[in-house]
Design a protein around this ligand. Sequence first.
Ligand SMILES: C[S@@+](CC[C@H](N)C(=O)[O-])C[C@H]1O[C@@H](n2cnc3c(N)ncnc32)[C@H](O)[C@@H]1O
Length: 253
Amino acid sequence: MLRSRGPLFFSRFVWARLSSYFGTWTYLRRLRPNGNLDDLISFVIERPAGEAQMVFAMQRSSEIRELLSVLERTPPQTVVEIGTASGGTLLLLTRVATPEALLVSIDLPGGRFGGGYSGWRRPLYKAFARAHQRIVLLRGDSHSETIAGRLAQLLGDRSIDFLLIDGDHRFEGVRADFLRFSRFVRPGGLIAFHDIVEDPDQDGMGVARFWETLRNALPSVEFIDDPHQAGYGIGLLTVPREPGVMETALQRL
Ligand SMILES: C[S@@+](CC[C@H](N)C(=O)[O-])C[C@H]1O[C@@H](n2cnc3c(N)ncnc32)[C@H](O)[C@@H]1O
């Protein structure tokens, strides 16, 4: 960049990045110990710091609010998020999880599927933890045996209380994540899918189609801001407590 765009552009770029990075830290420090959740939702969705804001969420406010309200009623102790990107949903999840929660993020170290995040964001994401929470950032492909193995090791004899699937949005991708990770979720635990609403302008997105196969097979609710919207929408499943129901649903997929 220094060579192609010149020193002035480069120094402005570096300055914008640094001030955004430290600005986010300052904001997080101000929020502690228990900031208002609605303020935080506005912060990550409306991006008051503009394009330079580092931490943001690709969500609709009312949809994520409804999901977080469900979680607030029974705060999860073990949370796994597939797809963290700019950290917005991970930050929000720390506010509704228990003060001792384990939160695991799985995402790519950049590159494939147009996302992921760079290593220098790690300290920032880890600083989202409040009270005695622990945040573990697994950087790799959610479809790989290595990542599933590392998660199993981390969980030990814990089960997941809340799983957010917002990673690979292709039909086969979301299906693979569901098949692989739903087995770690406890009976009565929750699994959320993002982007359950079809978006005709987005090629290759398969979450809406996959959600169609699940929504009637298992107890579910949907949070959709506007019935005419394209894309977005959150689908939430409860893992049945009755033995065999989940297994039967999985076999049909
Ligand atoms: C839509 S973004 C997540 C947005 C975030 N949850 C939010 O609401 O702000 C999707 C993320 O999933 C990640 N992803 C896609 N395929 C993946 C895979 N196979 N394994 C791990 N992460 C993946 C991408 O790198 C990207 O960061």
